[in-house]
Design a protein around this ligand. Sequence first.
Ligand code: CU
Length: 280
Amino acid sequence: MAGNIEPVSARREAGRGVAVALLVWAMLGGAMVATWAAMRRWWFPPLASSQGADIDRLFGIIFAVISVVFILVQATLGLALWRFGSRGESHRASHWHEHRGLEIGWTTITAVTLIALTVLGGSLWLRVHSAPPADARTVEVVAEQFGWRFHYPGPDGVLAAVDLTADRRGSPLGIRSDAPGAADDIVSRELVVEVNRPVRLLIRSKDVIHSFYVPNMRFKQDAVPGRVVEIWFTPVQAGTFPIACAELCGVGHYVMASTLKVVTPEEYQSWLASFARGAL
Ligand SMILES: [Cu+2]
């Protein structure tokens, strides 16, 4: 009796294995086509900073490595389902707990890959976070629910020191009007910088954690209350680029945007001159 039933159910089980294998391969193919289409239409915005090319290159390397691993894993999963989905109740699966060669192999390959990516990422991080060049212009970035303000040194080139304990009403950005160099300092709602001139940013927050994000510059840095984070970049393309907050910071997070304008040195000087003296 049992001998009549088993082959039918075994065949159905085997068919299920093949069907799921085809489903896995179809999903893998779909993911590859969708990724290819997305890369053609919605990939990175145009690059406009000197550091960005290295960041994009490393992103490409990591993306290639994880793509190969993903495709191998999914293809092998489908193969296993196809081949071993079921071979009937009489054919029991074999189990083993150790295979030294395989274990050493996959542990070594994974470790070497991750160490290589860590070294590449670490060296790039050190380059991006190196000391700014001597000719860099300094601008202070102040984040606040829900907007950005940019504090410039003014014609005297002296950026007034910030006092984070200053009275908020008397000194909204923590810049005391009686501080040395403060008289001609400028506060703007948009960030204006010169093309091909390094910019050193001092990033602060007045309230919660925000993140200063300029996609075209491949630049993203948290603004942390109570701290001043220094970072620099060199814009190499003139134009207007969006600035966003990349840290969910409250109900108005979605409107926390600004504009980066990269202009010629002449345009920069006339923009500075357009501010009235004592713009603070
Ligand atoms: Cu924010």
